[in-house]
Design a protein around this ligand. Structure first.
Ligand code: DAH
Length: 347
């Protein structure tokens, strides 16, 4: 092996050993730099005769080309390795499942309330809202409840161990019916001039509470109260209005309505409203959906109105019951368990 072959071999070794681009540039300087080994060889040509110069020059150039080729190959290899390492570090595993940002949805009961509000709204009813912690007076007395009525007993009603500023006991309202008198009194100004007063036509949906818990009862449940009072309102209006509501709510005219005599202290006469579907999965069974009746004269009086002049009807329907029938749910408690497997089905 001559000295130039040796030089080329040394350069190949040095270049191969360079692990980083900076190492490689240092190695390059040792061969091709100003005082590199090849540069020195070229400089030494000056001392040779023209013939020797020609021969030796050609050999040095050939060696130089080999060194340069080796350098470029190593440079490329290092750049490739760097790129590969970078790609690996930044790689995306597209087979990983994505991270979801869940989208919320309206709870089926809220959705049912909105539906009820929209339907009654389209029939000219206002929507009113009232307190869930009510006074004894609004929950019972104003509604013509005798002092000894069982609805007042500790068994049904959640009492709050507190009185309001007027010394009236508080309770978690066991129905939305207190909204009848509450609404009328709250708008007493509007109804003050009884000669020109508009009909009271209002619904009051909301939460209600009773000491009760099984598949069809929950200690917290929802009702919608309806009230229509005017000079010329009759049971016929109640029947037509409620039939329209039920047909719109269940999106079918294929059903019957039945008024079954009942008793409530705040209505006389009173009736339960039952419905029966004439087709579909609930076909042929009478289902109770609401209490109703003609508002008792004493309740009209408690509203600040003259019962000789004003007459009307009221109803109180179970929102949860309506939702269960509409969605085909057999256990009411499912609505309130907060189980997403159940709730997401209503999205
Ligand atoms: N408040 C009654 C209940 O919870 C339902 C009810 C019956 C409401 C008759 C009314 C009505 O407005 O007229 O059982």
């Amino acid at each position: 092996m001559n000295d130039l072959d040796q030089l080329v071999q040394d350069a190949n070794c040095d270049f191969a050993r360079a692990a980083m681009p900076a190492d490689l540039e240092n190695a390059k300087a040792r061969y091709l730099g100003k005082s590199g080994r090849l540069t020195e060889q070229l400089r030494a040509l000056a001392a040779l005769s023209p013939d020797e110069k020609k021969a030796r020059g050609a050999m040095i150039n050939a060696a130089k080309q080999q060194v340069e080729a080796s350098l470029h190959a190593r440079r490329q290899a290092l750049a490739d390795a760097e790129l590969e390492a970078q790609l690996k570090a930044e790689s995306l595993d597209v087979t990983l499942p994505g991270r979801h940002r869940g989208t919320g949805a309206v709870h089926p009961i809220s959705r049912t309330m909105e539906r009820v509000e929209a339907i009654f709204g389209s029939m000219g009813f206002e929507v009113a809202d009232g307190p869930e912690i009510e006074t004894d007076w609004y929950s019972f007395t104003a509604l013509n409840n005798p002092e000894n009525h069982p609805a007042r007993s500790m068994q049904d009603t959640f009492y709050v161990d507190m009185k309001d500023t007027q010394g009236r006991w508080l309770n978690l309202r066991p129905h939305t019916s207190p909204m009848q008198v509450r609404h009328a009194l709250a708008h007493a100004k509007k109804y003050a001039d009884q000669a020109t007063m508009p009909d009271i036509r209002v619904i009051a949906p909301g939460r209600t509470y009773r000491v009760d818990s099984d598949a069809t009862h929950s200690p917290m449940f929802h009702q919608v109260e309806g009230l229509w009072v005017g000079e010329n309102v009759s049971f016929k209006d109640l029947k037509v209005m409620y039939l329209n509501f039920i047909q719109a709510f269940f999106e079918t005219t294929d059903l019957k309505l039945r008024f079954r005599p009942s008793y409530f202290p705040f209505t006389e006469p009173s009736a339960e409203i039952d419905i029966m579907f004439e087709s579909g999965p609930l076909e042929g069974r009478w289902l109770e959906v609401s209490g109703s009746g003609q508002v008792h004269p004493q309740v009209i009086r408690n509203m600040g109105l003259d019962p000789e002049r004003y007459i009307g009807f009221a109803f109180g329907s179970g929102i949860d019951r309506l939702a269960m029938l509409r969605y085909g749910i057999s256990d009411l408690r499912l609505f309130f368990d907060g189980d997403l497997r159940f709730l997401t089905q209503f999205k």
